[in-house]
Design a binder for this molecule. Structure first.
Ligand code: 6PG
Length: 245
């Protein structure tokens, strides 16, 4: 595992623009090397600006027809729900780039109960990567103020899963959607690259908890994402706090 790369920009838009530019470069290199790129999209709202920058790069921005899209996690809601990570990505990134659903492998939240949806998504990943390991070229992640990432929340048993690639996870009751399906830490840590994007002072403590060394006490989920490949954090000054140069 290489040391985390930390990029701090003046504001959220600049951080998102830098993350988008690096994502385009990574996708071009992955496709040049292996013919295709497997990219897991982040949930939440922070990636929205970055998705818009990626979409603005247009069809020429990257070899989009050679990119296979996945999701790091999904809320157990219909794919048309405003809480759906798929719906958000489709609106902000996939539709503007004309990405067909054949290139998008989302969590089938119409399958119930959620455990069957998780099993179905894991079967989808195994069908794509083979059964040895799911090695994404890039996993995009956000971070919550409590240090969660994807749908791996502090104290959640999903954090300790070491065999399965996809599990059901429960967010704290304060969240509007508590039942989720998420990639597990082993999958996040097998990625060739993980890019975190965080903005705003509300994320400062979570960012520090993830990046301060040595990790203080029980590590927050985001602190446990230490991929075999690249780890990069794209931050605005508000989220970076003392990490800003
Ligand atoms: C989700 C995300 C989650 C998100 C953080 C930050 O499905 O909610 O995967 O991990 O990245 O909660 O969310 P914001 O970007 O909205 O602050």
């Amino acid at each position: 595992m290489s040391r985390p790369e930390i990029y701090v920009d003046a504001n959220a838009d600049a951080a998102a623009m830098r993350a988008a530019a690096e994502t385009l470069t990574l996708i071009r290199r992955a496709v040049a090397l292996r013919g295709r790129a497997a990219v897991a999209l982040a949930g939440g709202t922070t990636p929205g600006v970055m998705y818009r920058h990626l979409a603005a790069s247009g069809r020429a921005g990257a070899p989009w027809d050679q990119v296979d899209f996945f999701f790091g996690d999904e809320r157990c809601v219909p794919s048309t729900s405003p809480h759906s990570n798929y719906a958000f990505a489709r609106r902000e990134l996939l539709d503007p780039l004309g990405i067909a659903d054949t290139a998008v492998r989302r969590v089938e939240t119409g399958i119930s109960p959620a455990e069957l949806a998780a099993e179905a998504y894991e079967a989808c990943l195994r069908g794509y990567f083979g059964s040895l390991a799911a090695v994404f070229d890039l996993i995009l992640l956000g971070v919550g103020a409590d240090g969660h990432t994807a749908s791996l929340f502090p104290g959640n048993t999903a954090l300790d899963e070491v065999v399965r690639w996809v599990v059901v996870a429960r967010a704290p009751a304060a969240y509007e959607v508590t039942e989720r399906v998420t990639l597990t830490l082993p999958v996040l840590n097998q990625a060739r690259a993980v890019f975190f994007l965080a903005a705003g002072a509300a994320k400062r403590a979570a960012v520090a908890g993830a990046l301060d060394t040595p990790p203080a006490g029980a590590q927050a989920p985001a602190a446990r994402v230490r991929p075999a490949g690249r780890l990069a954090w794209y931050l605005d000054r508000a989220a970076a706090g003392h990490l800003a140069p």
